[in-house]
Design a protein around this ligand. Sequence first.
Ligand code: PYC
Length: 343
Amino acid sequence: MYHFDADCRTIANPPLKAILESHFPMTSTSAVRRVSIIDSHTAGEPTRLVLNGGPDLGSSPLADRRERFRRDHDEFRTAVVNEPRGSDVIVGALLCEPFDTRCTTGVIFFNNVGYLGMCGHGTIGVVASLAHVGRVTPGRHWIETPVGVVSTTLHPSGEVTVENVPSFRLASSVPVEVPGHGALCGDVAWGGNWFYLVENHGKELSLANVDELTEFTWAIRQALEAHGIAGSNGAEIDHIELFGPSRNSAADSVNFVLCPGKAYDRSPCGTGTSAKMACLYAEGKLAPGQVWRQAGILGTVFEGRIRVEDERIIPSITGTAYVTAESTLLLDANDPFCMGIPR
Ligand code: PYC
């Protein structure tokens, strides 16, 4: 039996309780926590936005609140995104009161194994979901994340542009010996999360090859860790990104991105596209304002650009999200998997 905080313990609305109980029979002693969510996908990658029913994380800056989430409420993360309610692919987004008063909202992103810094596809999903429930209209909206404030623009077409946190290449052509695969070279870059970006890998980047790509990129990630190759201040590089030539003129490149919990990104990955553009800029291959079209493994495309401000690269990506469900998660304390199946 799980114990819930007093503020989200039971179903308060009697008619709703009756309807729910006819669908979900409960014992008289069961405590059910209700969590309102909106599901969407951005270029194929799902986002689950928690509107209500999340933990109270206080009112400090979002980086602190993410630590409090991790330390005191990690079961809420697994309840929302892990099986049986979710899957390894879902990225959760907890809506929070912003600390920075310029912002419309704050958001903390999480997945099947932990917490993200920023999330590009997720931010597009959050804005589309907030528009769906009437909380934002077309125009510019600032959103606070644990790694900084991002600016978003909801276009009248429904497309969303996210101007990300400043991104940069930390190191170029970093060699690593990957057991079973030999020597590889890649760049280490920050795009709101840490990435190792590999160009010359000899793999076919196609959906049919996803199992091999997953095994390969997982081996790269483990090799980076084993050799102490990390981001700034020893931060773990938890996203691996492979690039290949585009098969059509709709994109400049195709990628395959392995996310921290071993699921691959169905979208072209907003933070990964930001990291890529930072590397291209560092190599003199992308000029401010020039468009970079990044396709993901499903063939969906994010349109990217950079601008340079005070020698910092500010990437933006544009994409579209579709709302797929508005629902309420029921966390029944009598359910042995109430807080998700641990991984
Ligand atoms: O779009 O930035 C992104 C992202 C990170 C992990 C999954 N998607």
